[in-house]
Design a protein around this ligand. Structure first.
Ligand code: PLP
Length: 398
C-alpha cells in the first residue's frame, strides 16, 4: 500500500553510472574488463591541490560549515576565473559552489521550472539533463542533430521545437557524449534566439579547457553579452583538474538565481565539504599548466581511438574536437551475427551489453544520450588499455 512518488518513478537511473558499475563489478570478480564507460580523467589530482587539501585537514578552522554558497575566497576565485577564461566580469555573489556540476544542473531546473515548463535539450545530450528536468516537473524537449552536422542543432530545428511553454535551453559545448565543440556561429545564434524569445540559457561548460585541433570553446556569455541576464553557467573541477571525487562544481548566474540556489541548497546539502573547497581553491586560483599536459595526453589518445574505431568495419566515428569522448555510429553492425557466438544485437543497448559480456569492453550505449545507434567511448584511460580495448572490439566485431 505504500508507493513511491510519481516524480521518482519517471526518472531513469544514470546509464553511464550503470555501465561503469557493471564493468567495475566484473573487474572485482576477476575479469579483465577494459572500461571506456567512465566519464572521469584517469590522471591523479595535481599535487599542489592535494597538498592544499592535506594542509586544510590539519587546520581546525576548516572543520566548520562554510557559508552555504561556498567559501568567499573560492567564490572570488571563480569570478576571477570567469574573467580570465570567458572574458567578462561577474561578481562573487553571483557564484554558488555546489556538490559537483551535477548539483548545479539539478538546482537550475528546480529554480527555473514550473510544472509543464519545457526545456529544449539538444541531443545527443548528457544523460542527466532530461532526468533533472523531469524531477523538477518540467518536460524535456529533445532536438536531435547527427554526426553529419557535427552534432550541432540548427536554429530552424530549435525554433520548430519552441512553444509558449519553452522556458530554457541547454548548451553543452564541448559536449558530452559527442566530443563536439560547437561553432561560434551556432553558439551565438542560440544566444540571440534565446534573448529574443526570453528563454533561459543553461550553459554547461565543464569541458571548456579540453579542446583540440585549434578549436576553441565559445562562451555564450561572451559571444552574446545581452544573454547574461538569463544565463546560468555551470562548471566544476572534476574534468579540468582531474578531481571527480572531490565533488566541487558551481553555478554562475544572475544574482536573483544565485540567491535562489543558495536557498535551495541551504535545505538540501548546505555547503560543499570544506576541505574539498580548499582543494578547489588551489585548483581554480592556480595556473592551467597541468590541464595543458593532460590535454596533450588526451589528444594523442583521441587520435588513436578515432583511427582504431574507424578501422573496424561497420563503425563510423567522426573526429571529436573536445572533451574526452568519441561517439561512434554502429548502426551498420546491428542485426548482424558478431563474435564467436554469432550474437545478433538489434539495438545499441543490446550491442553494448554483448560487447561487455563477450569482449569485456565497456562502452555506453547511445540510448543513454538520446542517440540510439551510437556508442560512447571515453578515452580517459591508459594508452595500453585503449589499444587493447580497441583490439578486442575489432576482433569481436569483424
Ligand atoms: N556536465 C557534464 C556535461 C558532465 O559530463 C558531467 C560529468 O560527467 C557533469 C556535468 C557533472 O560533473 P560533476 O558532478 O562530477 O562535477
Amino acid at each position: 500500500w505504500q508507493t513511491l512518488s510519481d516524480r521518482i518513478n519517471t526518472v531513469a537511473p544514470s546509464a553511464t553510472l550503470a555501465v561503469d558499475s557493471k564493468a567495475k563489478a566484473m573487474k572485482a570478480a576477476g575479469l579483465d574488463v577494459i572500461g571506456f564507460g567512465a566519464g572521469e580523467p584517469n590522471f591523479p589530482t595535481p599535487a599542489n591541490v592535494v597538498k592544499a587539501a592535506a594542509d586544510a585537514c590539519l587546520d581546525p578552522k576548516n572543520y566548520k560549515y562554510t557559508p552555504t554558497p561556498g567559501l568567499p575566497e573560492l567564490r572570488e576565485a571563480i569570478a576571477a576565473k570567469v574573467l580570465r577564461d570567458s572574458g567578462y566580469e561577474v561578481n562573487a555573489d553571483q557564484v554558488v559552489v555546489t556538490n559537483g556540476g551535477k548539483q548545479a544542473v539539478y538546482e537550475s531546473f528546480q529554480i527555473l521550472l514550473n510544472d509543464g515548463d519545457e526545456v529544449i535539450i539538444p541531443a545527443p545530450y548528457w544523460t542527466s539533463y532530461p532526468e533533472a528536468v523531469k524531477i523538477a516537473g518540467g518536460v524535456p524537449v529533445e532536438v536531435f542533430a547527427g554526426a553529419d552536422v557535427n552534432f550541432e542543432p540548427s536554429l530552424e530545428a530549435l525554433e520548430a521545437a519552441r512553444t509558449e511553454h519553452t522556458k530554457a535551453i541547454i548548451v553543452n559545448s564541448p559536449n558530452n557524449p559527442t566530443g563536439a565543440v560547437w561553432k561560434p556561429e551556432t553558439v551565438e545564434a542560440i544566444g540571440r534566439w534565446a534573448v529574443e524569445h526570453h528563454i533561459w540559457v543553461i550553459s554547461d561548460e565543464i569541458y571548456e579547457h579540453l579542446n583540440y585541433d585549434d578549436v576553441h570553446t565559445t562562451y555564450i556569455g561572451a559571444a552574446v553579452p545581452e544573454c547574461r541576464r538569463q544565463l546560468l553557467v555551470l562548471n566544476g573541477v572534476a574534468k579540468t583538474y582531474a578531481m571527480p571525487g572531490w565533488r566541487v562544481g558551481w553555478m554562475v548566474a544572475p544574482l536573483e538565481v544565485a540567491k535562489a540556489a543558495t536557498k535551495l541548497q541551504g535545505h538540501m546539502t548546505s555547503n560543499v565539504a570544506n576541505i574539498s573547497q580548499r582543494a578547489a581553491l588551489a585548483a581554480v586560483a592556480g595556473p592551467l599548466d597541468e590541464v595543458h599536459e593532460m590535454r596533450k595526453a588526451f589528444d594523442a589518445r583521441r587520435r588513436a581511438i578515432v583511427t582504431a574505431l574507424n578501422d573496424i568495419e561497420g563503425v563510423n566515428c567522426p573526429t571529436p574536437t573536445g572533451a574526452f569522448y568519441a561517439f561512434a555510429d554502429i548502426t551498420a553492425l546491428l542485426g548482424k551475427p558478431l563474435g564467436p557466438k554469432g550474437t545478433v544485437s538489434d539495438t545499441s543497448a543490446d550491442f553494448a551489453a554483448a560487447l561487455l559480456d563477450e569482449a569485456h569492453v565497456a562502452a555506453v550505449p547511445g540510448e543513454a544520450f538520446g542517440a540510439p545507434g551510437y556508442l560512447r567511448f571515453s578515452y580517459a584511460l591508459a594508452d595500453e588499455d585503449l589499444a587493447e580495448g580497441m583490439r578486442r572490439f575489432k576482433e569481436w566485431a569483424n
